[in-house]
Design a protein around this ligand. Structure first.
Ligand SMILES: [Zn+2]
Length: 256
């Protein structure tokens, strides 16, 4: 353990410096001392206190890009961006679940893994385009305008699906870890997710409500369309997410 902290600390110190710069642009101050203390306690429970991950209050920029209330784990900057207004509407265990979910993205290096997958797909894309367009007898540009162009469209769709699927697996894994590595029960986990997906938006500014409508209500409607269920069955709706979490919880109870 001591050896691990000696190896890892310098890396996380660099990430912390990036974080300090990012905070300046995307945060609106610190979280309340109570929520910071809870955050540090959950990081400690998950065994990643040595990474010195900091929790900050999201500012306008993050809220525009990721949703008005959405918690975001920002691994490259060693940060988790949350909102006091959202956390304070939850009970203690629900709050712990949301924090543990975000910290799992750090614990399991989810964003770095996703970035690695993007690199692999990018290399694959270059290789495929090169093999489809390289011809001794024809110009590269001409080949690209015929073969390469249509290949690019297919790649875009397939790669986007692979990435979406991978990201979704990470979300389900973070849910499961948040529930199974803490003393939170299934009911609190479900209620926490319910409030993130379907928050009370009465007090929100208009832009927050619009983002929420697109991110959650419209996406949920899209996921439940028969045509999507039939042709892209692996895309999980909110109900599927809860179902997957309940299944993992049941498996744990059987194991015990
Ligand atoms: Zn997540």
């Amino acid at each position: 353990m001591a050896q691990q902290s000696i190896c890892i600390s310098p890396v996380y110190k660099v990430l912390d410096t990036f974080g300090a710069l990012t905070d300046y642009i995307v945060t609106k101050g610190d979280l309340s001392p109570e929520n910071v203390a809870l955050f540090d306690q959950v990081a400690n429970d998950l065994g990643i206190a040595n990474r010195e991950i900091k929790a900050k209050n999201s500012g306008l920029l993050l809220r525009l890009f990721f949703g008005y209330h959405n918690p975001v784990a920002c691994q490259g900057t060693n940060r988790v961006y949350l909102n006091d207004s959202v956390l304070n509407a939850l009970n203690l265990n629900e709050r712990k679940f949301i924090i543990a979910h975000e910290l799992t993205h750090h614990q399991d290096h989810h964003l770095f893994k996703r970035q690695f997958l993007i690199y692999i797909l990018s290399i694959l894309k270059v290789a495929l385009t090169y093999s489809a367009c390289f011809d001794n007898n024809e110009s590269y540009l001409h080949k690209y305008m015929t073969n390469g162009w249509s290949l690019a469209g297919i790649e875009f769709n397939i790669f986007a699906l692979i990435l979406a699927q991978y990201a979704q697996q990470q979300e389900l894994a973070a849910d499961a870890n948040a529930l199974l590595s803490t003393d939170i029960d299934m009911q609190d986990a479900e209620k926490a997710l319910q409030q993130v997906h379907y928050p009370d938006t009465k007090e929100w500014p208009l832009y927050g409500r619009i983002i929420n409508f697109f991110n959650y209500y419209l996406m949920e409607y899209f996921c439940t369309l028969p045509v999507v269920k039939e042709h892209v069955p692996h895309i999980a709706s909110f109900k599927d997410r809860i179902k997957a979490l309940k299944k993992r919880h049941q498996e744990k109870l059987v194991d015990l």
